[in-house]
Design a binder for this molecule. Structure first.
Ligand code: ATP
Ligand code: MG
Length: 415
C-alpha cells in the first residue's frame, strides 16, 4: 500500500467542514479590518528564503524542502508565508498604492521537522501582513486581529506574550551582552546553541533543550538594551494593548525563530496543547523588504497554525462548525421512479437546496436507514402509487409527518 508521507495529513470529507468553518471565521475577521487576500506560489526561488528568513535560522539550516527543477534552478517549498508576500509586494510595486498595504493569506507550509503532536512536515497557516507603517498602533492592530479571531472562535485562554527585540543597533549591544553571559556555560549547552553563540546568540533564548533553558533563565533581557526610539515604540504598543483591553504579558524570552524581526515580537500561547503550544506568532520586520532587494519598507504581521488552532478548539470542546446534512433525500422506491427522482433532485438543487438521492440501487429500507444516518431533514418518497398519481410523498424526518403534494409543485414546498 502506498501511504501518506510522514508528517502530513489528509483532511477527509467528513471533517473538511471544520476547516471551512475556521477559514470562514478568519476571512470574516480579516474583512472587518479591511484586509484583502493575497495568494502567492507554493514554491519560490531558494534564494528568497536564504536572504529573507536568514541562514542562521533552524528553518533555513535544516528544515527546508529544497530541490532543483528540471532546468537546474534551486526551488524551495514555502517554509513560511512572509517572504513570498514580501517578494510579491516588491515585484508588483504594491508600495506605489496608498499605504498601508494590508494582506492576509492561507498557505501550506513545509518544514522537515520531527513529526509529533502539533508538529507536521506540511502544516497550514493563516497570516496577515501590514506594509508601510512604522506606527506602534499598527503592531497593536495586528495583534488585535488575532485577538478578535480567538474571541470570535470562543477561545479565551490563550496568553499573549509580547517582547521587543529592538533594532539592529540595540541588537548588536544585546548580542554582545548575551555572549558575555553565555561564554562560561558553553560546554553545558547543546550543539545547536554553541553554533548560535557564534552566529546569532539571540536564537539561544529560543532553544527548547532543558539544559539550555535552565542556563537561559538568568540571561540579560532585550528590554534592558533598547535604544530610546525602540523603548518608546514598545511603550506605545503596551499602551495600545491596554487601551483595547487585550490581556498580555511582557515575556523577555520571546525572540521568535526567524531573523527578520525587529522591535515588537509576540506569540499567543495555549496551555492546552502541550509543548507545541504556540498557536500564533508574529511581529515587526522592518528590515525584510530591503533585505530581499526592495526599497526599505516597514512591516508587521503574524502567522497562525491552523492545525494547532483546530486542536485548541477541540480540546476546549468549542464549536468547530457544523457538517450541514441534506435538506432533502429523494428515495425512488421502484425502478420507474428513478428518472423522476433524478429530475426532481436536479430541479430542487437549482433552488439552492442540498439534495441527496440514491446512487446505490438500495432497497427502501436501506434508503431510509441511509437518510436517517446522514441526518437528512426531509425525505421524498416516490413509490408506485405516487408515480401513478403524479404525487410526491414528503416526509419531515424530525416530526415524522408526511404530506402528499403534486410533483410539479414540490419546488414551492418550504423545506
Ligand atoms: P514552534 O516554536 O512551535 O516551532 P515556530 O516559531 O517555528 O513555532 P512560526 O514559524 O512562527 O512557528 O509559525 C507560525 C505558527 O505556525 C506557529 O505558531 C504554529 O502554530 C504553526 N506551526 C509552526 N510550525 C509548525 C509545524 N511544524 N506543524 C504545525 N504547525 C506549525
Ligand atoms: Mg519551529
Amino acid at each position: 500500500m502506498i501511504t501518506i508521507p510522514k508528517g502530513t495529513k489528509d483532511v477527509l470529507p467528513q471533517e473538511s467542514y471544520k476547516w471551512q468553518y475556521i477559514e470562514s471565521v478568519l476571512r470574516e475577521v480579516a474583512s472587518t479590518y479591511c484586509i484583502n487576500e493575497i495568494r502567492t506560489p507554493t514554491f519560490e526561488h531558494t534564494e528568497l528564503f536564504l536572504r529573507g528568513v536568514g541562514d542562521t535560522t533552524d528553518i533555513v539550516n535544516k528544515e527546508m524542502y529544497t530541490f532543483d527543477d528540471k532546468a537546474g534552478r534551486s526551488m524551495t517549498l514555502k517554509p513560511e508565508g512572509t517572504a513570498g508576500v514580501a517578494r510579491a509586494f516588491i515585484e508588483n510595486s504594491l508600495y506605489a498604492n496608498a499605504q498601508p498595504t494590508k494582506m492576509y493569506y492561507f498557505t501550506p507550509v513545509f518544514r522537515y521537522e520531527k513529526p509529533q503532536a502539533g508538529r507536521l512536515r506540511e502544516h497550514h497557516q493563516f497570516g496577515i501582513e501590514f506594509y508601510g507603517s512604522q506606527s506602534a498602533q499598527t503592531d497593536v492592530e495586528v495583534m488585535s486581529v488575532a485577538y478578535d479571531i480567538f474571541t470570535r472562535l470562543g477561545i479565551g485562554n490563550l496568553v499573549l506574550n509580547i517582547n521587543s527585540i529592538g533594532c539592529p543597533e540595540c541588537r548588536a549591544r544585546y548580542n554582545q551582552a548575551l555572549k558575555d553571559y553565555f561564554k562560561d556555560n558553553l560546554d553545558k549547552m547543546c550543539k545547536d546553541c554553541r553554533e548560535r553563540f557564534d552566529k546569532n546568540p539571540l536564537r539561544i533564548l529560543d532553544c527548547k533543550e532543558e539544559g539550555c533553558k535552565a542556563i537561559t533563565k538568568g540571561a540579560p533581557i532585550t528590554l534592558d538594551y533598547l535604544c530610546d526610539d525602540c523603548k518608546e515604540h514598545h511603550r506605545q504598543v503596551v499602551e495600545g494593548l491596554e487601551a483595547l483591553e487585550i490581556p498580555f504579558v511582557v515575556n523577555p524570552n520571546v525572540v521568535r525563530g526567524l531573523d527578520y524581526y525587529t522591535r515588537t515580537v509576540f506569540e499567543f500561547v495555549s496551555q492546552n496543547i502541550g509543548a507545541q503550544g504556540t498557536v500564533c506568532g508574529g511581529g515587526r520586520y522592518n528590515g525584510l523588504v530591503e533585505q530581499i532587494g526592495g526599497k526599505p519598507c516597514p512591516a508587521v504581521g503574524f502567522g497562525m497554525g491552523l492545525e494547532r488552532l483546530l486542536i485548541v478548539l477541540e480540546n476546549l470542546g468549542l464549536s468547530t462548525g457544523v457538517d450541514k446534512p441534506a435538506d432533502v433525500y429523494i428515495a425512488p422506491l421502484v425502478n420507474e421512479a428513478k428518472i423522476t427522482a433524478t429530475v426532481l433532485a436536479s430541479k430542487l438543487r437549482r433552488t439552492g437546496l442540498k439534495v441527496d438521492s440514491d446512487l446505490m440501487d438500495r432497497s427502501f429500507k436501506a434508503q431510509l436507514k441511509y437518510a436517517n444516518k446522514t441526518g437528512a431533514r426531509f425525505m421524498i418518497l416516490l413509490g408506485e402509487d405516487e408515480l401513478k398519481a403524479n404525487k410526491a410523498n414528503i416526509k419531515n424526518m424530525t416530526t415524522g409527518e408526511s404530506i402528499l403534494v403534486d410533483i410539479d409543485t414540490v419546488e414551492k414546498f418550504t423545506f
